[in-house]
Design a protein around this ligand. Structure first.
Ligand SMILES: O=P(O)(O)OC[C@H]1O[C@](O)(CO)[C@@H](O)[C@@H]1O
Length: 601
């Protein structure tokens, strides 16, 4: 078989080899070009820049708006009753529902009124959210602890409209050209590739995996795209079961190309490929990374690159999106980018009081810091979005799960809520009991998609049945939001069982179990259809929402130092597992030592 790389463009250019700055054309670079080999200089380049930690605006809890919101919460917010609010204001739905590109958002079932939103918008103004957004879009080093700009928005901007446009579109065109060529060869029978296995973890897995699942009806050329992330070898084994090495393309996806799990799985994949009679590693392994040199050392010659200003959890728009493009084709990948760009423009241009990501981020602050709600549940009523909660866990909790501000000062207020969820209707039969009757209030986010997948229509008996099921799905989603808000009184519960003949006392007790407090908040997002464009817009909506709450909380939403300690300790423990039988390390705490003994014994 011809090597896949034969027809491929050269690896993506990653900017100046010395300073890794894409703007640098060599001659203008003040950093000696041999600096990349000098660890001291490399470290120095990563030091926080002063520019990055100089934050505009006030710390949120020192603003006037914060004090106003505290008063508003005590006077109106804490006791706001949604049922009364709707009875008082027949226009509440119209006043509190919003249009963003591709996504309609109903916030009217939340514990807010228009005054709450005005005070929250004032908070955003005092905290300098718009200034921070503009600094991000300009390419300022807002990720100060890593000395990096944050420019995922540039990845989906049309040519010439954002920083690094030539580089971004150079890689994008090369990657999509490569995808088109492979698809053409699959179509004319000259490529045996049938399966793609993306090996990556975190941002190099969750985004592409979520998108490929969501856009399954758009899968092109019948390519079967799978994802392997866990260092647990069962993950890889399960993904490869029944596959033929000659028909398999591996995408090794890692921004750093050093991540333990991904590297281990890549080695295992290579062993599987060799054992399966594969000979052409260069033709069956490609890499998506910002560390082209490491990919080359692995023996990979086809690499699509990206830049240090693309954070892992914001990277599905970059070369990390290769498995998405392989699954749905280049034109639809461009639609995904276009949808995200439309949301970027909305976030930049829409007036604050109609700016949906801004309002959602502020609502998160309201619930977290004033109501004290510690978690939010996301319930997509679409099986394709099954991995959305997992994707959002990384996006939101890795971004905003911080306890110091961007300058390192300890924060006296709470930051990221726990984000969790499952697709409806499955979630209803699992944890919705707690949402309706538990002791904690958990705001819920319902995501409803008006139209079923293309082809689900009444033209065949199966299509008609699936269309009916789609109607069931939507009625379930809508009903759950209704039930959370309306609840059921003890009197209603008693009334329902009137005449069933139960003893009065027993009926009273039962009614208490069958009572729902109601007044539980939810937001409902409505998409017309789960198209690539709509999904792009939805994901960008979440990205900007997380940016907004992070900016109010004054944290660096773009680093992730909290994942480092565990990695270091794991590397220190590994030798004990590898040299089985040797003495246990003496310095360990008694619990870790005891468990280690148990595992090694
Ligand atoms: O793409 P890489 O470099 O393999 O990193 C994978 C993931 O690991 C993390 O650094 C966390 O461990 C994420 O932020 C990132 O998405």
């Amino acid at each position: 078989m011809p090597a896949l790389s034969d027809t491929t463009p050269r690896p993506a250019r990653l900017g100046c080899a010395g300073c890794h700055d894409l703007r640098c054309r060599g001659g203008a670079c003040e950093t000696p070009h041999d600096a990349s080999t000098d660890p001291e200089r490399r470290r120095a380049r990563r030091l926080p820049s002063r520019r990055g930690v100089r934050l505009s605006g006030l710390r949120c809890d020192r603003t006037l708006a914060w004090a106003t919101l505290q008063g508003h919460y005590a006077a109106h917010g804490r006791d706001l009753d949604l049922r009364e609010a709707f009875a008082r204001d027949p226009q509440r739905f119209e006043a509190l529902s919003f249009e963003a590109p591709e996504v309609f958002v109903d916030l009217s079932k939340n514990l807010v009124d228009t005054a709450t939103l005005q005070f929250l918008l004032e908070l955003a103004r005092e905290c300098g959210v718009a200034e921070r957004r503009d600094a991000m879009l300009r390419g300022d080093t807002i990720n100060a602890t890593e000395g990096r700009a944050v420019l995922h928005t540039a990845l989906r901007a049309p040519p010439g409209s954002a920083p690094f446009s030539a580089d971004v579109h150079g890689v994008l065109d090369a990657m999509l050209g490569w995808v088109d060529a492979l698809h053409a060869r699959i179509a004319d029978g000259s490529s045996p590739i049938r399966h793609v296995v993306n090996i990556g973890i975190g941002g190099s897995d969750l985004g592409p995996q979520m998108v490929v699942g969501a856009l399954e009806p758009y899968v092109d050329r019948g390519l079967d795209v799978r994802f392997v992330s866990n260092v647990d070898g069962h993950d890889l084994q399960a993904a490869l079961r029944g596959m033929d090495a000659r028909e398999t393309l591996f995408v090794i996806a890692s921004k750093t190309f050093t991540t333990q799990e991904t590297m281990a799985n890549a080695v295992a994949a290579k062993a599987w490929f060799d054992a399966g009679g594969g000979t052409d590693v260069a033709g069956h392994f490609v890499a998506t990374t910002s560390n082209v040199e490491a990919a080359a050392r692995f023996g990979i010659t086809t690499t699509f690159g990206f830049w240090d200003w693309v954070g892992g959890r914001y990277s599905l728009w970059s070369a990390i999106g290769l498995p998405i493009a392989l699954a749905i084709g280049s034109a639809r990948f461009r639609e995904l980018l276009a949808g995200a760009h439309a949301m970027d423009r909305h976030f930049t241009e829409a007036p604050a009081d109609r700016n949906v990501p801004l309002l959602l981020g502020l609502l998160d602050v309201w619930y977290r810091n004033f109501h004290g709600f510690a978690s939010r549940s996301v319930a997509p009523y679409h099986q394709g979005l099954a991995r959305l909660p997992a994707f959002l866990q990384q996006l939101e909790m890795e971004s905003n799960g911080k306890r110091v501000d961007a300058s390192g000062a300890a924060l006296p207020y709470e930051t990221s809520p726990v984000v969790w969820g499952e697709p409806g209707t499955n979630a209803q039969h699992a944890y919705f009991q707690m949402l309706h009757q538990g002791t904690d209030v958990v705001p819920v986010e319902f995501i409803l998609v008006k139209q079923p997948a293309p082809g689900v229509d009444g033209s065949t008996p199966l299509g008609a049945q699936l269309a009916r099921q789609h109607r069931m799905l939507l009625s379930n989603g809508l009903a759950q939001a209704q039930a959370l808000m309306l609840g059921k009184t003890a009197e209603q519960a008693l009334e329902e069982r009137a005449g069933t003949g139960g003893a009065a006392e027993a009926e009273q007790v039962l009614a208490r179990h069958r009572t729902f407090p109601g007044n539980r908040p939810s937001s409902t997002f409505v998409l017309d259809a789960l198209t690539p464009r709509a999904l792009g817009a939805l994901v960008a909506l979440y990205e900007h929402r997380v940016f907004t709450s992070g900016a109010v909380w004054r944290i660096n939403s773009f680093d992730q130092w909290g994942v480092e300690l565990g990695k270091t300790l794991s590397a220190a423990l590994l030798p004990a597992f590898e040299q089985r039988g040797g003495p246990l390390p003496a310095h360990l705490d008694p619990s870790t030592r005891g468990l280690l003994g148990r595992l090694l014994g």
